[in-house]
Design a protein around this ligand. Structure first.
Ligand code: FES
Length: 73
């Protein structure tokens, strides 16, 4: 989905930028030009960025190959 219509920035591009180290709207602006025109996308971009950061934190907390079905009860 497009988050920044003015600069055609998608949620996937934001997630990729977060995976590569972006952690602020300023980072996304520098990297993707997000929010550099009308700026109306910034609140939605913050939400997408926060979700991507949480997803990364969750992924890092779960060891590779972990399966809840195989975990001891
Ligand atoms: S929608 Fe992002 S700058 Fe306008």
């Amino acid at each position: 989905m497009f988050v920044c219509i003015c600069n055609q920035v998608t949620d996937k591009q934001i997630c990729r930028a977060v995976n590569e180290g972006a952690s602020s709207i300023e980072d996304l602006s520098n990297e993707l030009n997000l929010g550099t025109c009308c700026g109306k996308c910034k609140s939605c971009a913050k939400k997408v960025m926060r979700e991507a950061i949480q997803q990364n934190a969750y992924s890092e907390a779960i060891p590779a190959g972990f399966s809840p079905a195989l975990a001891p009860a």
